[in-house]
Ligand binder design. Structure first.
Ligand SMILES: C[S@@+](CC[C@H](N)C(=O)[O-])C[C@H]1O[C@@H](n2cnc3c(N)ncnc32)[C@H](O)[C@@H]1O
Length: 239
């Protein structure tokens, strides 16, 4: 069985890659008044670099980090014209760097790959240590409602000349979502995610020395409500 994104990386942008570039306005509005070429951003769980490259296009200096070598390979292939973006393979929970950033991002479910609250706590502390005082952490997390309502069924997909099925399942008692990709050439990938409650996230942020300054239920600025499927959060590490 392949590791996460080992195979799906090659077709990721064709189906899943369009969402995170929608973060560019929220990020640039949050950083308003700061010169893009002076701002450093760390994009954790950056995947194929769809967001990092758009931020680099605006002049921001971006470091992208992802646990999947295949996703980073795809990211590097689209970043050749932007010297101010760099990618590296690493676990975002364990990432070690002494550099401090003005902004850390982690978008499109990357946080939901952390399967235990202890991992989320450790991750948030790590994010906090990477932020300069006054820096922002902008991220999202799927709610339980998303998994309860959308994480079911089996879909046949044809993308980039590849044919595969995507089977979705959610166990509410274990709070565990499973997505199985079966490719026509026999290759297989299994992804596990879990939802986090807004209260769990707020507490982890607080324990890590950050505070929530804005939340949304969608990228058009919709308010986060009890029936939102995704929490979008702007947090700050106070001075
Ligand atoms: C749904 S993709 C989102 C990618 C990208 N942020 C985007 O918006 O398209 C989730 C990403 O999280 C990465 N990921 C999962 N667990 C990780 C970890 N512990 N450290 C770093 N990256 C991780 C996966 O490899 C994958 O690229």
């Amino acid at each position: 069985m392949g590791k996460i994104y080992e195979h799906i990386s090659h077709v990721y942008d064709l189906f899943w890659g369009k969402w995170s570039p929608g973060y560019v306005s929220l990020i640039s509005e949050t950083l308003e008044g700061q010169m893009p070429d002076k701002v450093t951003i760390l994009d954790l769980g950056c995947g194929t670099g769809v967001l990092a490259v758009e931020l680099a296009r605006l002049g921001y200096t971006v470091d992208g980090v992802d646990i999947s070598p295949q996703m980073i390979e795809m990211a590097e292939s689209k970043a050749t014209e932007f010297p101010q973006v760099n990618f590296k393979v690493a676990d975002m929970v364990e990432l070690e760097t002494t550099e401090k950033f003005d902004c850390v991002t982690c978008t499109f479910d990357s946080i939901n790959y952390l399967l235990e609250i202890g991992q989320l706590q450790k991750f948030m502390i790590n994010v906090s240590t990477k932020l300069k005082p006054g820096g922002f952490f902008i991220f999202d997390s799927n709610t339980a409602l998303l998994y309860e309502t959308c994480q079911k069924g089996e879909f046949q997909r044809e993308l980039g000349g590849q044919s595969f099925t995507q089977k979705l399942n959610f166990d509410p008692l274990k709070r565990l979502s499973t997505t199985t990709f079966n490719f026509s050439n026999g290759k297989k990938e299994v992804h596990h995610q879990r939802p986090y409650d807004p209260d769990e996230i707020t507490l982890c942020l607080k324990d890590a020395g950050m505070e929530v300054i804005r939340t949304y239920g969608g990228l058009k600025g919709e308010p986060f409500l009890y029936d939102s499927k995704r929490l979008i959060c702007v947090a700050e590490k106070p001075f």
